[in-house]
Design a protein around this ligand. Structure first.
Ligand code: GLY
Length: 393
């Protein structure tokens, strides 16, 4: 990758600051599985019975494994293993299992299994993959998203763009078992998502509802973005990163082209409307109130780096301008990360989080707080640039 000496310098500084701070943070939060922070800036804990199925519970373990890779400090490894053990309780709750099995067990069990080959982690990864593939709706060729929420919404036919990031769990299971079933489901879902979620201009829907019996497209929903027809920034980032991953695992150029289409849309929105690269919650949100989402910035950066690497890789038959293209995506990723580093990171020891101004959903009451997956993807993206990241997704 074509990274300037000046950029390499701040990336190294950022990683040093991240690693140093998190040694203190991991020590004072032993045994927890955090999602966000309290009003004093200290981690909450989602490891209890009520919250053990929370969809973000894999990201702290994933952050710990990346930190262990970065620093070699034993505290990170020990805490990561503890996190993984606690998550076993989730397997015993059918309603607590959903499309996010990849977000939960790729950064914990699967990444650990790739390092130490322990059979318990392998078993967990395979159970998670079996659960995820059990959500496949053969009528519509999609993986069902959430279970019913106990209100008047019928989510039986709902699929969401986020699920593209869970497909690597299925690609891994097929490879691990030498059994094509899991990969076949991942590919079928990716094809459905490509056809039904990606708009002509490269923007992406969050939720699509299909008729669960016939598989026909019913309608789309605004989901966690501003509304119907809008462009939730984290959804764009899941699509961009997720399609790049499906290209990596299948070699199918149509997925690379889709990732590129979304990336071109995202970069054009940033350049024309948000030139500072402080990412909003929705590219089509009103000017006021201005809500920001640093998680979307970090995930977009990770996806852009993967895309740039794919375009550079020997396996892709290059067009004449391929190098220029990969630089465009890499430079946008670096700009996003540098902006986060300079303006949206807290490297002090007072608070447990790194990234500031993360938002879960546009219409939530609370905006702009600490969210664990923001820190995870920021660290992962910096380590990708540094060449040291563990491959998790
Ligand atoms: N996957 C849910 C979210 O991005 O909030």
């Amino acid at each position: 990758m074509n990274i300037s000496a000046e950029d390499k310098k701040w990336i190294k500084e950022a990683l040093d600051q991240f690693g140093t701070k998190m040694e203190t943070v991991a020590s004072r939060n032993q045994g927890k599985i955090p999602y966000t922070t309290d009003d004093k800036g200290r981690f909450d804990d989602r490891s209890g019975e009520k919250d053990i199925c929370w969809w973000t519970n894999g990201f702290w373990g994933g952050e710990l494994w990346q930190l262990y890779k970065l620093t070699g400090k034993e505290i990170f490894r020990q805490e990561a293993i503890g996190t993984e053990d606690k998550m076993d309780a989730a397997f015993m709750n059918y309603n607590g299992m959903d499309h996010d099995a990849g977000f939960r067990w790729l950064p914990t069990s699967v990444v650990r299994y790739k390092m130490d080959h322990n059979p318990k982690s392998r078993n967990r990864g395979l159970l998670a993959a079996a659960s995820l593939s059990g959500r496949f709706n053969l009528n519509g060729n999609f993986i069902r998203a959430w279970n019913d929420w106990g209100d008047d919404r019928d989510t039986t036919g709902w699929a969401i763009i986020d699920c593209m990031m869970n497909l690597p769990l299925l690609y891994w299971a097929s490879e691990e078992l030498g059994d094509p079933r899991f990969k076949a489901i991942a590919v079928a879902h990716a094809d459905t998502a490509m056809k039904n979620f990606i708009r002509e201009d490269g923007s992406v829907r969050h939720i699509v509802g299909f008729d669960p019996a016939t598989g026909e497209f019913d309608r789309d929903y605004g989901g966690q973005g501003y509304g119907e027809g809008s462009s939730w920034t984290r959804g764009q980032s899941w699509a961009l990163y997720g399609f790049a991953l499906s290209y990596i695992y299948t070699g199918e150029k149509k997925y690379l082209d889709t990732a590129r289409k979304v990336a071109d849309y995202v970069i054009s929105e940033l350049d024309s409307k948000f030139p500072e690269y402080l990412v909003p919650v929705d590219y089509r949100q009103p000017a006021e109130p201005y809500y920001e989402d640093s998680t979307a910035a970090a995930i977009t950066a990770g996806g852009l780096i993967e895309l740039a690497k794919c375009l550079d890789s020997a396996g892709y038959s290059a067009e004449a301008n391929e190098k220029v293209c990969s630089d465009k995506y890499l430079n946008a990723a670096i700009k996003l990360l540098k902006t986060l580093h300079e303006k949206r990171c807290d490297y002090t020891l007072d608070k447990d989080n790194i990234l500031e101004k993360c938002t879960a959903a546009y219409h939530d009451e609370k905006h702009e707080f600490a969210i664990i997956y923001g820190d995870y993807y920021y660290l992962e993206a910096l380590m990708k640039l540094d060449g040291s990241a563990l491959t998790v997704f």
